[in-house]
Design a protein around this ligand. Structure first.
Ligand code: SAM
Ligand code: SF4
Length: 381
């Protein structure tokens, strides 16, 4: 099913904004002391760069959302994400501690970040995750704290996570059939994930409950009626995410991308749907309600309808690297400066410089697309 197919590229999509602007490409490097690393001559001849004010990039986009990967490990092996035998795990001493994560989050919230999502790998395989949730939920100025999980441990942990201050949850689920669940995750535990989802329903503070399905041609088409029924029957916002070339096996091909537009077309044959107006331009999902009010479905279309223009996200990997795009080919180290004794102002300046260089867009649809320097589970999707 996930064999190799020829890649087909879409026409060149280079905006005039990108062509006209000279991108600063000099990477930050760190001497043992973080202060020494912040060389004032290091690329900042740009008169528009400011060392204070809200966190924003050179293209004028404000950064308000942070995705934190708490581990690169996972108990599943989803075929579109990780090889069967797993990957080389990060050494424990490179993984940021909860104290380090809380410190970085506090600094970033002080610079304008409002939304934090915990992810991985599988975030719930990290010991005592509710402890981190409690530490982060207490940070003044943070508006939402959410979690993306494969759902395996939710049956046991949903209550503790809600009590610790988690405000939203995304559960990844690609099929409602047991054998297909086994095929895609390489684990036979659909029932357990459904029980985990049901457990979330018991905690009204965990809303909305989102169910995210990666849409793969040849796999997802026959799931559409069942997912529509799930969205109508349960308080779950079911969303389809286009398959992206960020899989650990590098098996992605364009012809395996089942677009959100195609799924929407199929769903409309089953039920009338009404578009829900977008209230936040940085929202990645285009949502639709069933015309009879019975539920909501959404479509995240990074391949067929890229939403880079309004992107407000950065990512922090489990080993303390800032990635300003899912498809970044370079990263900025914050673990090094922090562990070398940088104070909050110095760490903030490292973060601000990284954000300033945020990529204008991903290049999935461009000839010569270069894959990201790590795969999804190593970055934190
Ligand atoms: N383990 C957790 C989970 O599965 O929800 C969190 C980490 S996982 C990397 C985050 C999200 O990335 C999941 O919704 C997963 O389905 C999605 N994902 C992984 N590989 C993908 C790919 N190649 N294309 C699109 N989405 C992908
Ligand atoms: Fe694990 Fe999530 Fe990747 Fe599946 S998508 S292998 S659950 S990290």
């Amino acid at each position: 099913m996930f064999g190799t197919f020829g890649t087909v590229f879409a026409p060149i999509l280079v905006s005039s904004m990108e062509r006209d602007r000279k991108l600063p490409l000099i990477p930050l490097t760190f001497a043992p002391r973080a202060t020494a690393a912040l060389d004032p001559d290091d690329l900042f001849d740009d008169p528009t760069y400011s060392t204070d004010g809200p966190l924003s990039d050179q293209w004028g986009r404000r950064v308000k959302s942070l995705r934190i990967s708490v581990t690169d490990r996972c108990n599943f092996r989803c075929v579109y994400c990780m090889p069967e035998e797993g990957l080389d795990w990060l050494p424990k001493d490179k993984i940021l501690s909860y104290e380090e994560l809380a410190r970085l989050t506090r600094i970033l919230v002080g610079m304008g970040v409002e939304n934090v999502r915990l992810t991985g790998g599988e975030p719930l395989v990290r010991r005592d995750l509710p402890v981190l949730v409690r530490m982060l939920s207490g940070i003044p100025g943070l508006r939402s704290l959410s979690l993306t999980t494969n759902g395996y441990f939710l049956k046991e942990l949903a209550g503790d996570l809600a009590a610790a201050g988690l405000t939203r949850i995304n559960v990844s689920l690609d099929t409602l059939q047991r054998d297909k669940f086994h095929e895609i995750t390489r684990r036979d535990c659909l029932e357990r994930v459904l029980e985990g989802l049901a457990e979330c329903e018991r905690y009204p503070s965990l809303r909305p409950i989102k169910v995210n399905a990666v849409a793969v041609r040849g796999f997802t088409e026959e799931e559409i009626p069942a997912f529509a029924a799930l969205a109508r029957r349960k308080p779950y916002l079911v969303r389809f995410i286009e398959y992206m070339p960020i899989d650990g096996d590098a098996a992605w091909t364009r012809d395996r991308v089942l677009t959100g537009g195609e799924i929407l077309g199929e769903m409309r044959k089953l039920y009338p749907l009404e578009a829900i107006p977008v209230d936040d331009p940085a929202q990645t999902s285009r949502d639709f309600r069933f015309a009879d009010g019975a539920g909501t479905v959404g479509f995240i279309n990074p391949v067929s309808e890229p939403f880079c223009e309004a992107c407000d996200r950065i990512r922090l990997t489990a080993d303390g690297q800032i990635r300003t795009c899912l498809f970044s080919v370079t990263e900025t180290d914050v673990r090094g400066p922090m562990r070398a004794g940088a104070d909050d102002a110095e760490v903030a300046e490292v973060l601000r410089r990284a954000v300033w260089r945020k990529e204008l867009k991903h290049h999935i649809n461009d000839p010569g697309f270069v894959r990201a320097s790590r795969s999804m589970s190593q970055i934190g999707g």
